[in-house]
Design a protein around this ligand. Structure first.
Ligand SMILES: [Zn+2]
Length: 263
């Protein structure tokens, strides 16, 4: 295990040091408008992560989709936004990413374990489950999520937030944190915010966070991650404690690079 870990670390260092292909950079610049707003240092770090991600994860085209560099790079670059500044193991619970051309229909209720349900007969844009070591994404939604970086919705960030949640083995809305006191603070803030979202949802009040986040703590973390990266100014203003927890975990302040309209 140790030998493998060292080997893997060296391999990753080599991958990170590889030059990033110009055609791939053009894809990132075109499909992720947020990329140009990052500092040069963050841009470089992101592209290094993308090199590792693309070498380690297996992509599969499904439903007649032919995989292209555009698809792989656009998904990888969004996934790697969640890794910036963090000591990362590159989504260790994930092996394969299955990409459909667009939303697909799920016909049965299936308990996938770890807090993840698939609802029957519903159109889905994506899902992931720890036991499957796989993620399913609809390409049109993945591309659209990147194209509008401030509408609060981002399928890829949502699904990869679930993967971060899996890193400490349980899909409970709590990713791996450094200290016991960090877990305690996280639990206190998240449960209060989840309760508030449920109350607002029950009362029919408009909420910044998508009400789907009221489903359970795992969905709450995924939905809050979307808001943190896409509407950080509003999140910080209306949910300062939640913003602070997420900012501490992600080691980023997206208010510094967001294109979110300030009103
Ligand atoms: Zn989800």
């Amino acid at each position: 295990m140790m030998v493998f870990a060292m080997f893997s670390r060296r391999r990753r260092e080599q991958l990170r040091a590889q030059p990033f292909p110009a055609e791939w950079r053009a894809i990132v610049e075109h499909n992720l408008p947020v990329f140009r707003r990052l500092t040069a240092q963050d841009q470089a770090e992101l592209l290094c992560h993308v090199n590792v991600f693309l070498a380690e994860k297996k992509f599969e085209g499904c439903g007649g989709l032919t995989l292209t560099d555009e698809i792989r790079v656009t998904i990888a670059a969004q996934a790697c936004m969640l890794l910036l500044h963090r000591d990362t193991d590159y989504y260790p619970e994930l092996t394969s990413i299955l990409v459909y051309p667009s939303g697909y229909t799920v016909y049965e209720d299936r308990w996938l374990g770890g807090g993840i349900w698939e609802e029957g007969g519903e159109d889905r844009l994506g899902h992931t489950a720890r036991e499957l070591r796989a993620m399913v994404l609809a390409w049109d939604a993945a591309k659209q999520g990147a194209a509008d970086p401030s509408d609060g919705r981002n399928l890829v960030l949502h699904e990869f937030a679930h993967q971060l949640d899996f890193e400490n083995q349980t899909a409970d809305g709590t990713p791996a944190l450094d200290t016991r006191s960090a877990y305690i603070a996280w639990a206190r803030v998240m449960s209060a915010e989840l309760d508030a979202l449920r109350d607002a949802d029950d009362a029919g009040l408009p909420t910044l966070l998508d009400s789907y986040g009221a489903t359970n703590p795992a969905e709450f973390f995924a939905v809050a991650t979307e808001a943190f990266f896409e509407q950080p100014v509003a999140l910080k203003a209306h949910h300062p404690a939640l913003f602070a927890e997420l900012s501490g975990f992600f080691r980023q302040d997206p208010t510094t690079y967001t294109s979110e309209p300030k009103d």
